[in-house]
Write a protein that binds this ligand. Structure first.
Ligand code: GLU
Length: 480
C-alpha cells in the first residue's frame, strides 16, 4: 500500500474554528496512526476573504497543539508550492486539458444573465448556454478580452456514485449536478477545482474534511475520472453542533480555539475534548494525550451523527488537566489571573495549592480570590451556620477571644495559627466549627472560600488578619 498522506487545507480566515481544528487533528491522526505524512496546504484562492495575519493563526495553532506538519509553505517539501495562490498556472493548465477532453467549457455569461436565471428558478442550475458556442465565437470572445469562467461539463442523464468511509455509498442523479465553476473570472480556481488538482498532485491518499463537502463529492469524482486519476479515500466528518438545531460557528458567536485559550482552557484539554467530538474510542477511556490518540485513532470509528459541543464536559476535562499539572506549572498559568485581582505581594504558590483542585477553567480564578486583596462587603448573617453550631453570639465570643491570641502570635506561621485556633477550641470545650466557621468568615467575608481559616490567615498575614477580625467584632457587636 502507498504511504498514507493526508492534508489539512485551511483557508486563512483569521481564526481557528473548533471544527477546523478537529479536522486538523483527525487529519494528523490518520496520517500518524499509519506512519504517514501530514501536509499543510493553504487555500487562499478566495482573494476577497484575505485577512492580514491569518497565516500566523494557522501556524501558531498547529504549533501550540503539537500537530506538526511534515510539508507545508513554511518548511517546503517535494510537491510545493503549498499555497494555492502560487499555483494558479497549474490549475489553468489542467482546466484547459478538461476543455480539450470536452469535460469543461468556457462560459462568457454576464452577471445579469446568471441573475435572471437564478431569479427564474427555485433550484438554480446553469443552463449550459455557453457549452453550445462555436469554436469561432469562443476564439473571438477570448481575443477581445471578454471576461470568462471555466465550467465543468456534467452529463444530464445517469447517476454518479461515490464512497465515503463514514457516510457510505452515496449516489446522485447527474441531472442534479450543476456545471460548477472551476476557474473564476479573476483567474483563480474555485475550491471545488483546486482541491481535486492539489490532492492528486500532492499524492493525498485520504481526504479528510467536514461533511458540508459531501454533496459536492460526486462532482469531484467526475473530475478525477475525467483526468483518469485515482480517487482518494474520503473521510467526511460529522458537523459539530452547539445544540440540537444550530451548528457551532464563529459567526454565531461560538468560541474559536483562540477564544477557548483566552478563556482559560488548556490547549491539551481542548485537543483531547475535540478528539471525542465525533470519534468513539470504543472504550471507557476519555483522557488521551496526543501520543495516545495517535495510537488509538481509527477513523472507521468516526460517527455519522452530529456531535454536540458540551461546555460542561469540556470544563470537567479541563479541570482534570489542571489537576495533573505540577504546582509550579499551575502557578505560572494562574499568575496572570491572580494579577488581575491581587496587587499585594502575597505568596502565590500557597494560593495555587488551595486552588488547583477547585478550578476547572483558569478564568474562574479571579472570582475565587477577590477577598485576598480586600475584605469584601458582607452582612453578619453569614456568621450563622446551623450545622457548625455557629450563631451571632457565639461568633462574637470567638472573635473576641481569638483577637488577643492573634496579636500575641509569633512567628505567624500556618502551624502556629492552627495551634492557636485548636487551643481556643479546647479552652472553650466546643466543636471545631464553632470556632473555625466565624474565624474564617471574619478573615474572608465569604461563606465559601478556597482553603480554611488557617490557610487564609497565613496568606493574608498577621496585620491584615487582625484588622479583619476587628471589623468582624464591630459588625457582630452592632448586630447583637
Ligand atoms: N479550505 C477548506 C476550508 O477551510 C478546506 C476544505 C478541505 O479540507 O478540503 O474549509
Amino acid at each position: 500500500m502507498a504511504k498514507v498522506r493526508t492534508r489539512f487545507a485551511p483557508s486563512p480566515t483569521g481564526y481557528m474554528h473548533v471544527g477546523n481544528l478537529r479536522t486538523a487533528l483527525y487529519t494528523y491522526l490518520i496520517a500518524k496512526h499509519a506512519g504517514g505524512d501530514f501536509i499543510l496546504r493553504i487555500e487562499d484562492t478566495d482573494q476577497e476573504r484575505f485577512v492580514e495575519g491569518a497565516l500566523n493563526v494557522i501556524y501558531d495553532t498547529l504549533k501550540a497543539t503539537g500537530l506538526k506538519h511534515d510539508e507545508g509553505p513554511d518548511i517546503g517539501g517535494p510537491v510545493g508550492p503549498y499555497v494555492q495562490s502560487q499555483r494558479t498556472d497549474i490549475y489553468l493548465k489542467y482546466a484547459k486539458e478538461l476543455i480539450e477532453k470536452g469535460e469543461a467549457y468556457y462560459c462568457f455569461c454576464t452577471k445579469e444573465r446568471l441573475d435572471s436565471l437564478r431569479n427564474n428558478s427555485d433550484t438554480y442550475k446553469y443552463d449550459k448556454h455557453c457549452l453550445h458556442l462555436s469554436k469561432e465565437e469562443i476564439e473571438k470572445n477570448l481575443s477581445s478580452g471578454i471576461p470568462y469562467v471555466i465550467r465543468q461539463n456534467n452529463p444530464e442523464v445517469g447517476v454518479t456514485s461515490f464512497n465515503d468511509e463514514i457516510y457510505g455509498n452515496i449516489s446522485v442523479d447527474n441531472s442534479e449536478l450543476d456545471d460548477m465553476i472551476l476557474i473564476k473570472s479573476d483567474g483563480y480556481p474555485t475550491y471545488n477545482f483546486a482541491n481535486v488538482i492539489d490532492d492528486h498532485l500532492m499524492g493525498i491518499t485520504h481526504v479528510v474534511r467536514g461533511s458540508e463537502y459531501l454533496s459536492s463529492a460526486p462532482k469531484y469524482n467526475r473530475l478525477y475520472e475525467a483526468f483518469g486519476w485515482e480517487i482518494p479515500i474520503y473521510v467526511h466528518c460529522p458537523p459539530i453542533m452547539k445544540d440540537e438545531h444550530n451548528k457551532l460557528s464563529k459567526r454565531n458567536g461560538d468560541a474559536s480555539f483562540e477564544d477557548l485559550i483566552e478563556k482559560g482552557y488548556l490547549k491539551e484539554a481542548v485537543l483531547n475534548y475535540i478528539a471525542l467530538l465525533g470519534w468513539n474510542p470504543r472504550s471507557e477511556q476519555e483522557i488521551f494525550n496526543l501520543e495516545e490518540l495517535v495510537k488509538e485513532f481509527d477513523y472507521r470509528n468516526i460517527n455519522k451523527s452530529p456531535a454536540i459541543f458540551d461546555n460542561v464536559k469540556l470544563k470537567w476535562m479541563n479541570g482534570e488537566y489542571i489537576k495533573k499539572l505540577s504546582l509550579e506549572e499551575f502557578n505560572s498559568l494562574a499568575l496572570p489571573y491572580y494579577k488581575k485581582v491581587i496587587s499585594k505581594d502575597l505568596d502565590f504558590l500557597k494560593i495555587s495549592s488551595l486552588l488547583q483542585t477547585r478550578v476547572e477553567v483558569l478564568s474562574e480564578i479571579p472570582d475565587f480570590l477577590d477577598f485576598f486583596e480586600e475584605l469584601p462587603e458582607y452582612t453578619e448573617d453569614i456568621y450563622v451556620h446551623k450545622r457548625m453550631k455557629s450563631n451571632l453570639e457565639s461568633s462574637l465570643t470567638v472573635l473576641e477571644k481569638i483577637l488577643p491570641k492573634f496579636k500575641e502570635l509569633s512567628p505567624w506561621t500556618f502551624e502556629n495559627i492552627e495551634k492557636c485556633c485548636m487551643d481556643l477550641i479546647s479552652e472553650m470545650g466546643v466543636k471545631n466549627g464553632v470556632v473555625l466557621w466565624p474565624v474564617r468568615i471574619g478573615l474572608s467575608g465569604k461563606k465559601s472560600t478556597p482553603g480554611g481559616a488557617f490557610e487564609i490567615a497565613d496568606i493574608i498575614g498577621k496585620e491584615e488578619s487582625i484588622k479583619r477580625t476587628e471589623i468582624g467584632i464591630e459588625k457582630l457587636k452592632n448586630a447583637q
